[in-house]
Design a binder for this molecule. Structure first.
Ligand SMILES: [Zn+2]
Length: 183
C-alpha cells in the first residue's frame, strides 16, 4: 500500500515535469509582446527589455534610403503596438517572425523595399526571397531609382581642362562632372 502510494507520487511528479517542459516550449515558440522601441530595420526592443531580431531579413545596402529611413519604415509599422512573435523550427538563430494583425511584418519590410533577405534557411525562405526580388524589380523604397544618386550610365565629364578642352573622364555623378570638376 505504502509502496504503491509513493510510486503514484513519482508518476505524478514526472507528469508535472513533462507538462512544465511542454508549457515552457510553448512560451518560447510564440509570445505576444509590446514594441517599446525600434532600433533598426530588423530589430526592436520589447516593453520588458527583450531584444527581438526579425527572422530572415537584415538592413539593406544603402541605395535610395538612409539607414534611418529603413528604420522608420519598421517604426511606423509596429512601434508602440502589440505584436505576436513566433519561432521557426528550421531556424537556429535567435530570430522571430513578427505578426501584426495576422500580417507578417518581416515580409512587409521586404515588400516595402526597406529590408534585404538574409541567408539563413527557414520555412518561408522562398516567400521572403520572392518579396525581396519583386521590390527590387519594381524599384520600391530603398531600391527606387528615381531617388538614386548615381546615373545609370556614365557620361563624359562636362568640365573644361586648363587648356579649355572638355575633360575626358567619365562620371556617374548627377552633376555630370567628375570629382575634379564638380563645383
Ligand atoms: Zn572632369
Amino acid at each position: 500500500m505504502r509502496y504503491s502510494a509513493s510510486n503514484c507520487g513519482i508518476k505524478h511528479t514526472c507528469r508535472l515535469a513533462a507538462l512544465f517542459v511542454a508549457l515552457s516550449a510553448c512560451a518560447l515558440a510564440q509570445d505576444t509582446v509590446m514594441v517599446r522601441s525600434v532600433e533598426n530595420a530588423a530589430m526592436f526592443i520589447t516593453e520588458s527589455g527583450d531584444v527581438i531580431h526579425l527572422l530572415g531579413i537584415s538592413e539593406p545596402t544603402r541605395e535610395a534610403y538612409s539607414r534611418q529611413e529603413c528604420t522608420d519604415v519598421l517604426k511606423k509599422l509596429i512601434q508602440g503596438k502589440r505584436v505576436i512573435v513566433s519561432r521557426d523550427s528550421l531556424c537556429e538563430e535567435d530570430e522571430w517572425y513578427v505578426f501584426l494583425d495576422s500580417q507578417l511584418v518581416n515580409v512587409i519590410m521586404l515588400q516595402q523595399g526597406a529590408a534585404a533577405v538574409s541567408r539563413q534557411k527557414h520555412s518561408r525562405s522562398d516567400e521572403f526571397r520572392a518579396a525581396y526580388h519583386t521590390a527590387k524589380a519594381d524599384a520600391v523604397g530603398n531600391w527606387s531609382r528615381s531617388q538614386a544618386t548615381e546615373l545609370i550610365e556614365a557620361v563624359q565629364c562636362e568640365g573644361l581642362t586648363r587648356k579649355h578642352e572638355q575633360c575626358t573622364r567619365m562620371t556617374h555623378d548627377p552633376s555630370r562632372r567628375c570629382w575634379q570638376h564638380k563645383k
